[in-house]
Design a protein around this ligand. Structure first.
Ligand SMILES: [Zn+2]
Length: 111
């Protein structure tokens, strides 16, 4: 069971959240110009990363706000939680500025 730190509500049980898929998928600038294949790729094709993955979550039984999370798909370690619209944080330098801490603190990384 994951303990997820909602940016608005603080640490809450995983059951209060819903997964929203891969983060940072931009809506096409001119969707009418896309071929059927390009549109299908936008809608359905997602990375299947083994390791650190940027994904969207919503606190559905709490504040109902969406946010992004960097999570390891193997170990389930949460590396970072950050607001929608913010760029993906650099995983080497730790958490995003101003982001709440993840549920499982990691050992100090290289300086
Ligand atoms: Zn919340």
């Amino acid at each position: 069971m994951l303990l997820i730190s909602c940016p608005n509500c603080g640490p809450r049980d995983e059951t209060e959240f819903h997964y929203g898929g891969q983060a940072h998928i931009a809506y096409p600038e001119n969707p009418n110009d896309l071929s059927d294949r390009e549109w299908a790729e936008y809608l359905f094709y997602r990375e299947n990363t083994k390791g650190t993955f940027a994904e969207r979550w919503v606190h559905s039984t709490g504040c109902r706000q969406w946010f992004n999370m960097l999570r390891d798909t193997v170990s389930y370690d949460i590396h970072s939680i950050y607001a929608m619209g913010q760029p993906r944080p650099d995983t080497q330098s730790g958490l995003a500025p101003g982001a709440p801490t993840a549920s499982a603190p990691t050992s100090s990384e290289g300086v």
